[in-house]
Design a protein around this ligand. Sequence first.
Ligand SMILES: NC(=O)C1=CN([C@@H]2O[C@H](COP(=O)(O)OP(=O)(O)OC[C@H]3O[C@@H](n4cnc5c(N)ncnc54)[C@H](O)[C@@H]3O)[C@@H](O)[C@H]2O)C=CC1
Ligand SMILES: O=C(O)C(=O)COP(=O)(O)O
Length: 630
Amino acid sequence: MSEKKFFVIDFDSTFTQVEALDVLIEISHAENPDKEDLANQVKELTDQAMEGSLSFDEALDRRVKLLDANKKHIDTLVSELKGKVSDSFKRNKEFLSQNAEDVFIVSNGFKDFITPVVSEYGILEQNIFANTFTYDVDGNINGYDTENLLTKPQGKVAQMKELDLKGEVLVIGDGYTDYEIRKEGMADKFYAFTENVSRPSVVENADMVAPNLDEILYENKLPMAVSYPKSRIKVLLLENVHPNAKATLEEEGYQVELHKGAMDEEELSEKIKDVSIIGIRSKTNITKKVLENANRLMAIGTFCIGTNQVDLETAQEKGIAVFNAPFSNTRSVVELALGEIIMLMRNIPDNIEMMHQGKWNKSATGSFEIRNKKLGIIGYGNIGSQLSVIAEAVGMEVYYYDIIEKLALGNAKKCTSLEELLNKVDVVSLHVDGRAENKSFFGAKEFAMMKDGATFVNLARGPVVDVQALRDALDSGKLKGAGVDVFPTEPKNNQEPFKSVLQGAKNLILTPHIGGSTLEAQENIAEFVPNKLIDYVNTGNTFNSVNFPNLQLPQLNNAHRLLHIHRNEAGVLAKINSIMADYGINIVGQYLKTNEKIGYVITDIDKAYDPKLIEALKEIEGTIKLRVLY
Ligand SMILES: NC(=O)C1=CN([C@@H]2O[C@H](COP(=O)(O)OP(=O)(O)OC[C@H]3O[C@@H](n4cnc5c(N)ncnc54)[C@H](O)[C@@H]3O)[C@@H](O)[C@H]2O)C=CC1
Ligand SMILES: O=C(O)C(=O)COP(=O)(O)O
């Protein structure tokens, strides 16, 4: 039989997010103009004691003197502390109460406020070891019980000696005095608890750094409130995604690593091995080879619109859901496209060039308003149709061509063939997606079909256009000008040089793939994509996923949720349900959606299950992945 485990938990900054005495002084001195100064003095003394640079009894003595508090203040403090219990303790309330016999609070704080807070978590009064205040007849704190072991230096060590727990003693705390228990041989393991604070002198001495209680329970194979500690979910964010994304994912408890540039296949194939979630932009190719190494990967977020850089099919086959930001930068691309169209119609790129060379060429020759000009939009999706509306608002006559049926917005006119559109319009703006079939979609033949002196803009994807053919069309004067934001090969980061056959052509705007690079767009994306990823991890929601059957799921209440991803073969659902029946499981909710390739079944069940159930479900023929959410 395995040894009995005892959990010895610190209170301040561990069980609760705060140091109680810091809060108490703010309460007791609420009306005092010097409150801030006093609070700082208390904080400093607390920190010095926690780091071990000031003896605990001296720090305590000085802090209690500064308090000037009474019983009434303690009541206020208790209600504040109840709202400040550390999140991972809150979520693991069930574990604490079910194991109450083995959970101890050993604190240099005071029972006066500790007991009412931790009792709500089922912790037994006889297992709480802490100091007690003394009060005068009016209820003012006038000192503390100086006989208590916990008022003395190394008080926790002495207390633990007296307790003499027979079993494996695990100490969880954020302070040096917690580590001392282990140092003096009174504990088997010291977990530096960093959910609220991380003190270098404590962390460096710990047997393990625990970012939360889940992590400790997971390590000890004990039941916990989450299926997997979030701190073990590693997120890799590439290509300089907006810092808000990192902040949101970290707030959720994930470990996030940020890289400025993209990674090539080789580098990423290595890096991806222990990554659970990856966030990329348009430059990182997530190829079959990368995915073959991605054994822990649950989800991919493209922090952009395009998903052509991801092998969506292989991701699907491996049960990896892909999410993008389908409209967070749409407006930014539209504004740039329209701006470029205006600039090109006025020969502004050439004018700028000449001005830099000291040449003054005031002339109206070849300069046009965009009003009443015919704009041809190829790819009438989110960007194309948004451009349609705005271009029409500034007086352009809009034509569009798409391979699928699309609603014509405003007065836009549909063309039934690409040729029809190219023959008709003065400006062509390309907004197709980067699917493989669109490689070299626009080349010499298409340029030849355009009107002489027409203008061309590509803010879609580089490989879609044959750039040599574009260069020829510009050099020959077939085109009046062009705007190009995307290229068949683009530098991986801002340090690599840019090279293209287009460089040096006349009336040509070249931009470094910045169609979607506005602060607004990047901020929108950094809000949209992380939330999709978090929602998928927490609830299994795949709404808006670009490669998974879309399921929008209700909140999970008092149930276990099993997510089963399988190849779309006949009979899988029946097999799942027959196994559930064999194990006597009552299904409280079930959702199924399939696409051509895969099926996604979510089953909410209402009772504790035999772990063998999971194994049985994994063994169903065609299973790709099984995840369990609590
Ligand atoms: N330059 C930049 O920074 C940015 C570039 N983009 C690019 O713009 C593309 C379009 O974005 P959205 O409009 O949001 O995508 P979307 O998916 O809403 O629209 C694409 C449209 O193109 C159509 N299409 C695809 N191939 C076609 C073809 N060969 N001929 C005619 N129509 C075709 C599709 O049917 C669809 O309606 C993205 O896929 C991305 O590659 C997107 C954002 C920023
Ligand atoms: O949204 C897209 O598809 C884009 O092309 C923008 O890509 P980026 O995030 O700027 O690398």
